[in-house]
Design a protein around this ligand. Structure first.
Ligand code: PGA
Length: 253
């Protein structure tokens, strides 16, 4: 299966810094049928950055969030229609920082998934448990609930991108162990198959949570890991370049 390396810049970088990082990555990364490189900069810069890309660029830009509505009186929000109108084809949905800091509940996440499906835009749905939930042995239950609530009409879905991001590993420098990652990804893929009847090749599961240039190769080589969603280590060219190279070497082995 294709590998995906995605960088989530969160609320970082000035416009000039964003432009220079995108330009450097665009020079470095050439088209590869087995690897997608996605960048999620702040939405404010998307249109400018999209215009900066080479004509034959192999980078894909996406937004870190969007409204669950397509238009209307929703002050401060950005809709999928707007993103699509400037050529954006990817969106992150339900990142734990949105769920925790902005009160994005399961109904809002479900509505965003529905809107993304209706609009035919590629989305990565973020799921994952907190430390307390893991310690209380609720990991599987939480993942099932997050998937069940997000996908209301699974039969109508033909391609699914998920990011398994244990909340306790995000921005903490504490990565899940390879065994924990393999177990989680195996569980997610099996659940998608039995519960939603999705074929294995329809379901892509990325790992996220303190993935960096040092651990990317082993994470990307772990069974059932189809890619990585990288926060902190996507902010510097050298570290993100090393992660892309790690993905390339996994594909070629
Ligand atoms: P991190 O963030 O790599 O900085 O832990 C990952 C994410 O939040 O997607």
């Amino acid at each position: 299966m294709k590998k995906i390396v995605a960088g989530n810049w969160k609320m970082n970088k000035t416009s000039a810094e964003a432009t220079s990082l995108v330009q450097a990555l665009d020079q470095f990364h050439s088209p590869d049928q087995k690897l997608d490189v996605l960048l999620f900069p702040p939405s404010l810069y998307l249109q400018t950055l999209n215009a900066e890309l080479k004509i034959d660029s192999a980078l894909h830009l996406g937004a870190q969030n969007c409204s669950e509505h397509l238009s209307g009186a929703y002050t401060g929000e950005i809709s999928l229609l707007m993103l699509q109108s400037i050529g954006i084809q990817w969106i992150l949905i339900g990142h734990s920082e949105r769920r925790i800091y902005y009160g994005e509940n399961k109904d809002v996440v479900a509505q965003k998934v529905k809107t993304a499906l209706n609009q035919n835009i590629n989305y990565i749905l973020c799921i994952g448990e907190t430390l307390t939930e893991r310690e209380q042995g609720q990991f599987e239950e939480i993942i099932k609930q997050q998937l069940n609530s997000a996908f209301q009409n699974p039969a109508e879905i033909n391609r699914v991108y998920l990011a398994y991001e244990p909340v306790w590993a995000i921005g903490t420098g504490k990565t899940a162990s390879l065994t924990e990652i393999e177990q989680a990804h195996t569980f997610i893929k099996n659940y998608c198959k039995t519960q939603f009847k999705w074929l294995p090749e329809q379901v892509h599961v990325l790992y996220g949570g303190s993935c960096n240039e040092k651990n990317a190769l082993e994470i990307l080589s772990t069974k059932h890991v189809d890619g990585v969603l990288v926060g902190g280590a996507s902010l510097q060219f050298d570290s993100f370049k090393t992660i892309i190279q790690a993905a390339r070497s996994c594909i070629n082995n």
